[in-house]
Write a protein that binds this ligand. Structure first.
Ligand code: IMP
Length: 203
């Protein structure tokens, strides 16, 4: 069985990735399994740059296949901000709640049509030989006027998805993975790795 190292320290992302890839024939390893796994500084100008840096460094260091996720929220009214700075929207040590409050405040009085937003997820698979594969997923929605729901993480309580009439925090992880930006990217990762494993190891 091949090892797949997750190049992220975000436990919420790890949980969603583990759930989506649970039936894939790989052994998923996280920073809890590998001693002294390097911490990668996320200072890129795009989701792609950050995702590439994380996956490449972790696969070079571990000499194993690594999967990274860089994701962000783009709000139309804010000219696609916070984007790549989603985690640090209200400062270096911002909590999810700080970020949500800042966003709600910036959108005070803004009409429904102008609250459109997209979640974007860029995933990179980096192979020990330097080969790179990129996968993406997008989820369209709008920023609610107040938080709703207790599931998920980050901006989930204020991200309303019109198709289901709920915020992402009002659905469970399995339902979120079916529609989310990360879930969509992970479906592509899943198919790619399934083919890779079949070709490489056959059955
Ligand atoms: P990064 O990819 O580690 O730079 O950070 C992504 C940030 O975007 C997170 O800290 C969250 O604030 C936000 N984010 C990414 N994906 C999601 C999601 O699925 N739900 C809610 N917020 C998310």
């Amino acid at each position: 069985m091949i090892d797949l190292v997750l190049a992220t320290r975000n436990r919420d992302k790890i949980s969603e990735i583990q759930q989506s890839l649970r039936t894939l024939n790989v052994r998923i390893l996280t920073f809890g399994d590998i001693r002294d796994l390097p911490i990668v500084k996320e200072n890129g100008r795009s989701l792609y740059e950050n995702a590439l840096k994380k996956a490449f460094l972790i696969s070079s260091w571990t000499k194993k296949l690594a999967l990274s996720d860089d994701s962000g929220l783009e709000v139309d009214f804010l000219n696609k901000r916070p984007g790549v700075k989603s985690a640090r929207f209200s400062g270096e040590n911002a909590t999810y709640e700080d970020n949500n409050l800042k966003l709600l405040k910036l959108l005070t009085g803004v009409s429904e049509e102008r609250r459109k937003a997209q979640f974007k997820c860029v995933m990179i698979l980096s192979f020990p030989d330097g080969r790179i594969e990129q996968f993406e997923g997008i989820l369209n929605g709008e920023i609610a006027t107040s938080g709703k729901g207790n599931n998920g993480f980050g901006y989930d309580p204020i991200f309303f998805v019109p198709e289901i009439g709920k915020t992402l925090a009002e659905i469970n992880q399995e339902e979120k993975n079916k529609i989310s930006h990360r879930g969509k990217a992970l479906k592509k990762v899943y198919r790619f790795l399934e083919n890779y494993i079949n070709q490489r190891y056959g059955n």
